[in-house]
Write a protein that binds this ligand. Structure first.
Ligand SMILES: [Zn+2]
Length: 65
């Protein structure tokens, strides 16, 4: 019998800034956000859902909310 105790610790990645996909403005957010949060651009006012990037755990994607 095998005793397989593999613990996967995946800590949530957080970011403090993003570039708006709509107007290309850099937004220092002032607070940390993570996947599942909603952020908005303070230049054009668009809001976005923060999604994970399937290609890179260290990055995120913004989808228009
Ligand atoms: Zn914007």
């Amino acid at each position: 019998m095998r005793n397989d105790t593999k613990s996967k610790l995946k800590k949530a990645r957080r970011w403090e800034e993003f570039v708006c996909p709509e107007c290309d403005a850099h937004n220092p957010y002032g607070a940390e956000f993570e996947v599942g949060d909603e952020v908005f651009c303070c230049w054009c006012g668009c809001s976005f859902d923060v999604r994970s990037d399937p290609d890179d755990d260290d990055r995120f994607r913004l989808r228009r909310a």
